[in-house]
Every structure is written in structure tokens, then in C-alpha cells.
Design a protein around this ligand. Structure first.
Ligand code: ATP
Ligand code: MG
Length: 255
């Protein structure tokens, strides 16, 4: 049984300013198996963030439904964690406090908060920076804090919206490798939005390519490289071939 089922999902935003409605998604259907790593690519504004927010229960669809772990999504669920597209760390909290934040909100006892937060800080490689504030960290480290804040809640499903979007190419590769390691360690299911085709192909089991707005699924590609994988700056011949093919399809949507 799939862990996420997206069924004929459509979303139309109707601004209350009198501006015309925006059709963000049209008849999107796919499913994700437990333990899978699925990437989503598509032109800017095609509804990728909207799709993740609907799966997370933060937005409601106009038509269709999402079923997560066998139950229709009606609001945020503890089994589903999301890492947002924008830097979502709290600037007034240290790394440790940022990571503990969601545990505190769930009423976890302080001693347990401390233990769980430290474990996850270790997992994302931020040990030694527990008491630093976001302004004292690099962009890549802040991204790790954002990822740790979500991971500490132990979601079975991790929705990631361009989590490495603001990072340089080297840091993306390093964090991509770390994400693969963490994914295997915690055995989560990941849905990962990126605009980087090579990144999508290197990380994911399958890549979903979307059309321009209203976003529909144009193609789903199996990457099929053996695991464990290690990202390197130069892609394999097979990956490069798939990236060129995806780029051809994506180009038709962008121009
Ligand atoms: N809360 C909202 N209210 C009204 N319109 C919205 C809202 N959120 C998104 N939209 C519109 O829906 C469309 C899809 O936006 P979305 O953020 O889902 O795209 P995206 O694929 O994530 O883009 P990007 O790659 O640039 O992040 C856009 O035209 C956007 O203006
Ligand atoms: Mg987006």
C-alpha cells in the first residue's frame, strides 16, 4: 500500500482582492511507496510548493484528495514533517532551542527534549554549534538547523521544498550526501522539490516532472542507480543522459 496517494488533485487560488483566480494545480495524481525518495521538478510557479502544502495539510485542495498512511488528509499530522522553501529558523533562538521548539510545543519533558535534540544535532553534523544563533551560522548550517527541527519530530514522511535552494553547488552536494545517509538511517519517505535536475536524479528513486502552471504531471522517470549512492560533481553517463532528456521536456515548459 502506498504511503502517500495524491488523487486527481486540483487547486485554484481565489484572491479576495478581486484579482483573477490562479489555477495552480490541475488533476495531479501519483503515489509514493514507503521508504521511497521521490523528487519533484518543474518550472517556477507551477504549483510545487502548493502541492507539498496540500500533502502536509496546510492548504486544502479545490478538488481531489490526498491520502497519507491510509487516511485522507484533513490538517497537519504528526507523521508528516515539512522543511519550507524559505529559511525558517527562528533568529532569536539558538541551534539547540530551535531544534527543541517543536518538542516543547508537543509537551515533551525537558530532559527528553534535550536528549532528542542533541541526537539530531549530531545527525546533521552541527555538534559544537548548539549555542550559536542563526546569524552566527553559515547558510548551509542554517539549513541543517531547519532540517534538524523537522527531523527531531521523527516524521515518517519528510516533505522538503527546495531545502538546498539558497546554497552553493559544493554545499548542495555535501548536504545531499548527508541527506541520503540520514534517509537510510531513519528509514523515512522523502518527497523533495528542487529546480536542479541533476540533484533530483542523483538523490531520488523517481523524478516527477511537472508542466508549467496549471501544474500537471508531464513525466515520471525512474533513476534506478544502485544504492548507496554518493553524489559527485560529475554525473554518470546514464544520469547525464536522463538530465538532458528531462531538460528537453522542461525547456518546452519554460520557453
Ligand atoms: N497563498 C496563495 N494565495 C494565492 N496564490 C498563491 C498562493 N500560493 C501560491 N499561489 C500562486 O500559485 C501558483 C503556484 O505557486 P507555488 O508557490 O506553488 O509554485 P512553485 O512551483 O512552488 O514555484 P517556485 O518554483 O517559484 O517556488 C503561483 O502562481 C502563485 O502565485
Ligand atoms: Mg515553491
Amino acid at each position: 500500500m502506498p504511503i502517500i496517494e495524491v488523487r486527481s488533485l486540483s487547486k485554484v487560488y481565489r484572491p479576495n482582492t478581486g484579482a483573477p483566480p490562479v489555477e495552480a494545480l490541475r488533476d495531479v495524481s501519483f503515489s509514493v511507496e514507503a521508504g521511497e525518495f521521490v523528487a519533484i521538478v518543474g518550472p517556477s510557479g507551477c504549483g510545487k510548493s502548493t502541492l507539498l502544502e496540500i500533502i502536509a495539510g496546510l492548504q486544502s485542495p479545490t478538488a481531489g484528495e490526498v491520502v497519507v498512511l491510509g487516511k485522507p488528509v484533513q490538517g497537519p499530522r504528526t507523521e508528516v514533517g515539512i522543511v519550507f522553501q524559505e529559511d525558517s529558523t527562528f533568529p532569536w533562538l539558538s541551534t539547540l532551542e530551535n531544534v527543541k521548539f517543536g518538542l516543547k510545543a508537543r509537551g515533551v519533558p525537558p530532559a527528553v527534549q534535550e536528549t532528542l535534540a542533541k541526537e539530531v544535532i549530531q545527525l546533521v553534523g552541527l555538534q559544537g554549534f548548539e549555542h550559536h544563533y542563526p546569524r552566527e551560522l553559515s547558510g548551509g548550517m542554517r539549513q541543517r538547523v531547519a532540517i534538524a527541527r523537522t527531523l527531531v519530530l521523527r516524521p515518517q514522511i519528510l516533505l522538503m521544498d527546495e531545502p538546498f535552494g539558497a546554497l552553493d553547488a559544493q554545499t548542495r552536494i555535501v548536504l545531499g550526501n548527508e541527506l541520503l545517509r540520514i534517509w537510510q538511517e531513519i528509514q523515512a519517505t522523502i518527497l523533495f522539490v528542487t529546480h536542479d535536475l541533476l540533484e533530483a536524479l542523483r538523490l531520488a528513486d523517481r523524478v516527477i516532472l511537472m508542466t508549467r502552471r496549471p501544474g500537471q504531471i508531464k513525466r515520471i522517470v525512474e533513476t534506478a542507480a544502485p544504492r548507496p549512492r554518493e553524489q559527485t560533481p560529475v554525473a554518470s553517463a546514464k544520469t547525464a543522459e536522463l538530465a538532458n532528456m528531462l531538460w528537453e521536456e522542461l525547456r518546452q515548459e519554460v520557453v
